[in-house]
Design a protein around this ligand. Structure first.
Ligand code: ADP
Ligand code: GLC
Length: 487
């Protein structure tokens, strides 16, 4: 068994704002059959603490980044977790990163330095009988971990940093350096310096033993100026330790055959039963019945996701017989634009602003087209859920979207391998053309049903990728895995 501590700011089902949580929550079970024992270290947000009732204290400090803190270990709905309880840092309303008004918590630098330092302390053996061999750090919130490991007192551990989204980097001014408890050599070496300040993600990318990101295409993209967001040079320099490992999905939480959030369960061979979910979606969003496809959005409403481009296309989508349902929240301008479309087209466009896990499942099971016109997309899980639920993805050709959806061009349709509609570049014009193609394909029922069934049979599991992570940990530790027999 390889002992891995996964360090992240979110993990489903304890706390989730996006796909990061799904991935961190799913990895422990996905990796267990591959000889990896994984625990997850999380901040003690109120939602997390509320579920830690049966946990036990395994370490404590009287002054941990400005106040007392404890590590609580427990098993909550699946993964083994260790929670950093530190009321002065995490016991507050709002979401993990921002206040109720949507402004970044001003002490985020301290909240996530503390999380990273707790990971380092665990590697130092602060909990008796527990010695992780690998620290698997996720995104900028855990970016300082590899810097602590490299520059503070030596610890017998290797580090992996996974980039889920390079747009979020954790950039702060130099003033915080002394409070980070990081050896001064980290400053002298330039390891954490980023455009004159301190960069948490930069530090992780510089110091980690291995870097992964969540799809092969994104692993290439982030080495380019167009997608690297300032970190492309560093990633080019470290190219030999950068790996693209595609995300999978939790096939139990997302199984249309058993999903309790659906009005009607179905499989690839009983796909006609999706109709019951389509009616439930119509009801829930106040849509009139119709012959055209229901397009759906389940997403953060942000520039990354390209949904500003959907706003001006709504009228045409409706004019061509389509309907649209939206579940999401984010930029006020996009929210208002979509609400405006719903007011102009009652019965054709429905918008729910908010976050609703159960409704997201129902939409996947009942809508016809899952829309993701992302400008960049490290992996994307929503299109994977769409594939599994027969909700045909309409996506831009970037990142993980390019790696997981097979475009319905005539050759692919003829060969029966198409699983969605892929357009490029990520512009309003190409997106509009994608919508027109989706509507035309929907009106060829044989082709459409074949695409749905093909999508439902795509391998979106963790199987292959879990093995890649296990191999990576083993290679960092200089181990040969037992089941490495075929290559
Ligand atoms: P990202 O992590 O960039 O937001 P992903 O596609 O990887 O994008 O993952 C998004 C996850 O968040 C999916 O599980 C999706 O179902 C979920 N999600 C996004 N918005 C909502 C919402 N408003 N309500 C419920 N679930 C949502
Ligand atoms: C990020 C990315 C998304 C990815 C998710 C999980 O939120 O935006 O593309 O699927 O992380 O890795």
């Amino acid at each position: 068994m390889i002992d891995v501590l996964s360090i992240a700011s979110e993990a489903y089902p304890l706390i989730k704002t996006g796909g990061l949580a799904d991935v961190v929550g799913a990895l422990p079970a996905a990796l267990a059959p591959h000889g990896v024992s994984m625990r997850v270290l999380l901040p003690g947000y109120p939602k997390v603490m509320a579920r830690m009732g049966g946990g036990r204290e395994v370490a404590g400090w009287s002054d941990f980044f400005g106040g007392p803190a404890r590590l609580i270990a427990g098993r909550v709905d699946g993964p083994d977790v260790i929670v950093l309880e530190a009321g002065h840092l995490y016991d507050r309303p709002g979401n993990p990163y921002v206040t109720a008004e949507g402004v970044d918590w001003p002490d985020n630098w301290q909240r996530f330095a503390a999380l990273a330092f707790a990971g380092y302390e665990l590697a130092r053996g602060v909990v008796e009988g527990y010695q992780p061999q690998v620290l698997h750090c996720h995104d900028w919130q855990a970016g300082l971990v590899p810097a602590y490991v490299r520059y503070n007192a030596p610890v017998p551990v290797r580090t992996v940093l996974t980039v889920h989204n390079i747009a979020f980097q954790g950039r702060y001014s130099w003033d915080i350096f002394n409070a980070l408890r990081l050896d001064h050599r980290a400053a002298a070496d330039g390891a954490i310096e980023y455009f004159g300040g301190i960069g948490y993600l930069k530090a992780g990318l510089q110091c980690a033993d291995a870097i992964t990101t969540v799809s092969p295409t994104y692993a290439h993209e982030i080495r380019t100026v167009a997608y690297g967001m300032g970190l492309e040079g560093l990633l080019q320099a470290r190219a030999e330790v950068v790996h693209g490992i595609l995300n999978g999905i939790d096939a139990e939480a997302w199984d249309p055959g058993r999903d309790p959030a659906l009005a009607q369960n179905f499989t690839a061979s009983t796909i006609v039963d999706r109709a019951g979910n389509k009616r439930a979606v119509e009801q829930r969003f106040g849509l009139e019945a119709g012959d055209g496809p229901i397009f759906a959005v389940v997403s953060r409403l942000t520039w990354q996701k390209g949904l500003d481009m959907l706003v001006p296309l709504c009228d045409e989508l409706v004019a061509r017989g389509g309907r649209l349902v939206v579940l999401g929240s984010g930029d006020a301008e996009i929210e208002n634009g979509l609400r405006g479309a719903a007011m102009r087209h009652p019965g054709r466009v429905g918008v729910v602003v908010g976050y609703d896990e159960a409704l997201s499942h129902l939409i996947q099971g009942g809508a016809d087209v899952m829309v993701m016109p992302s400008r960049f997309e490290p992996c994307g899980l929503t299109q994977l859920y769409g594939l599994r639920y027969g909700c045909v993805p309409l996506v831009s050709r970037v990142g993980g979207l390019a790696d997981t959806v097979i475009d319905a061009n005539e050759v692919a349709v003829e060969a029966g391998v198409a699983t969605g509609i892929v357009f490029s570049p990520a512009t309003e014009e190409a997106f509009g053309e994608g919508i027109r193609r989706a509507i035309a394909l929907f009106h060829r029922p044989k082709v459409w049903h074949k695409m749905q069934r093909r999508g439902m049979k795509s391998d979106v599991s963790w199987e292959l990728s879990a093995e890649k992570y296990a191999d990576l940990y083993a290679s960092l530790l200089g181990l040969k895995r037992d089941d490495d027999t075929d290559d």
